[in-house]
Design a protein around this ligand. Structure first.
Ligand code: GAP
Length: 444
């Protein structure tokens, strides 16, 4: 994990928020490459969940909502973790994550057994809306994106003119005042979720839970997270929320242990019924075929963007020993991202920087490819070092413009370039005219 955190910082994937002031615990900034990676993940989720389907539409809700949303959903009363304080070092700790010695729980910071009784600590960030800081102005930063979907269910049903089963998808920020943010971005206080609420008839809920579990597992394969690294944990009936009729956690083998990436839950009609009761507004669906009115049930696949980005980096990270042309062994650090997810798709290199024709041709290739993918032009240093720099950030392809390209070794390879593949390090020669289509095929 240390190597991954250091690579993320060194190459501008992820860094501490407000670092020059000592940071803010549980908050992270994504640098240029991290931002591209995150965007590729969110775009692909949106493509699979919304654009390529007739039965799902999108929305983008506000982060601040009427406080009554959080009263009705149960978050204000119960969205809490049990917390204890260490009387010796004043650390505030999650009561359910304390280490034990001789059957007694102790403080992992100072080792003291002198801990307070556990008490509930609400994880929502409280804030005031408007100029007065009194009780009537209180609301919260949303701890999940899902509630915006539930409270807009009826309007979106009407405007989209969908019939059950149908879903509403959303990607957006969520905030939780976690007691112990830890494991890099894994448990943060500010993070993003990709959530789908898939509304259905009550009799279809159990089957759709299985369907969505399969769909979501397929998604992880498609972004390059192998099923070997994933685990499906079925939550036992006595451990899941009282309203849930089935919940799966999709877990990933992080270097710090097997941990949740996404929950897929059959939440019955709990959320819509709660909001219907509290708001007094009907959230029922009218079934034209049977003439019945009822509150739809819902299956919810809820994934974390930041956790999936971290899983993508962990799954891609490789240290390999390779031998160079002189037979010398060296370590190659490479992020083996699926080309779909890679922040930069193609590095473009003139063999030498002080040759105008090589540089001119390479610059033309940059312009040719730029409308279709993220490219990176690099002319500095030996070509081998330039390849290594791109390997380290996971760029799947490297295009080199050499003397064959500009016809200095005869006409046979003129107007061709080499494409080097990151993982095999093999090179193939391709006419410049075919370059765009060859690469676009490989990254989409
Ligand atoms: N609407 C259901 C819901 O929010 P959750 O299991 O609490 O369910 C869903 O959250 C996903 O959001 C998690 O599987 C995880 O990927 C992500 N997530 C939750 N808390 C997080 C945190 N503190 N930091 C980063 N990601 C988090």
């Amino acid at each position: 994990m240390e190597k991954i955190v250091s690579l993320c910082k060194r190459r501008g994937f992820i860094m501490q928020s407000s670092e020059i002031y000592g940071g803010l615990n549980g908050c992270w900034d994504y640098g240029p490459l991290g931002t591209e990676l995150k965007r590729n993940l969110k775009d692909f989720w949106w493509r699979r969940m919304v654009r390529e389907r007739d039965d799902i539409v999108g929305m983008d809700g506000s982060i601040l909502m009427n406080r009554q949303v959080w009263v009705a959903s149960g978050h204000e009363a119960t969205f809490s973790d049990p917390m204890v304080d260490c009387r010796n070092c004043n650390s505030r700790l999650r009561a359910d994550q304390l280490p034990e010695r001789d059957g007694k729980r102790y403080c992992p910071v100072c080792g003291s057994f002198d801990l307070t009784e556990a008490r509930a600590f609400n994880l929502m960030f409280k804030t005031y809306v408007g100029a007065t800081e009194d009780e009537s102005a209180i609301t919260y930063l949303r701890p999940e994106t899902a509630q915006a979907i539930f409270v807009q269910f009826k309007s979106i049903l009407e405007v989209s003119r969908k019939k059950l089963p149908f879903g509403i998808a959303q990607i957006g920020k969520a905030f939780r005042n976690e007691i112990n943010p830890r494991n890099f971005t894994f448990r943060s206080r500010e993070f993003e979720q990709m959530e789908l609420e898939y509304f259905c008839r009550p009799e279809d809920g159990v089957e759709l839970l299985e369907y969505w579990l399969k769909e979501r597992l397929k998604f992880y394969e498609e972004i390059g997270i192998s099923s070997d690294l994933l685990h499906v944990h079925q939550i036992a009936p006595d451990e899941r929320a009282h309203y849930s009729q089935g919940t799966y956690d999709i877990e990933f083998e992080f270097p710090f242990g097997v941990q949740e990436l996404e929950g897929v839950a059959y939440r019955t009609d709990y959320d819509l019924s709660q909001h219907q009761k509290a708001s007094g507004k009907s959230l029922e669906y009218f079934d034209e075929e049977t003439g019945q009115h009822f509150v739809p049930h819902v299956v919810e696949p809820s994934a974390g963007v930041d956790r999936t980005v971290l899983a993508l980096i962990c799954a891609a990270f490789c240290e390999e020993t390779i031998t160079d042309q002189k037979g010398k062994a060296e370590t190659r650090i490479v992020l083996k991202f699926h080309p779909r997810m890679a922040p930069i798709k193609c590095g473009i290199f003139p063999l030498l920087k002080n040759n105008e024709r090589l540089v001119g041709q390479a610059r033309e290739i940059v312009e040719l490819l730029r409308p279709h993918m993220m490219v990176f032009y690099d002319e500095s240093g030996a070509i081998g070092r330039r390849y290594r720099r791109q390997d380290e950030v996971g760029t799947p392809f490297g295009v080199t413009v050499d003397f064959d390209t500009i016809g200095e070794n005869g006409p046979s390879n003129q107007e061709t370039v080499t494409i080097r593949e990151r993982d095999s390090m093999k090179q193939v020669r391709v006419p410049i005219g075919e370059l765009k289509s060859v690469l676009v095929d490989r990254i989409s």
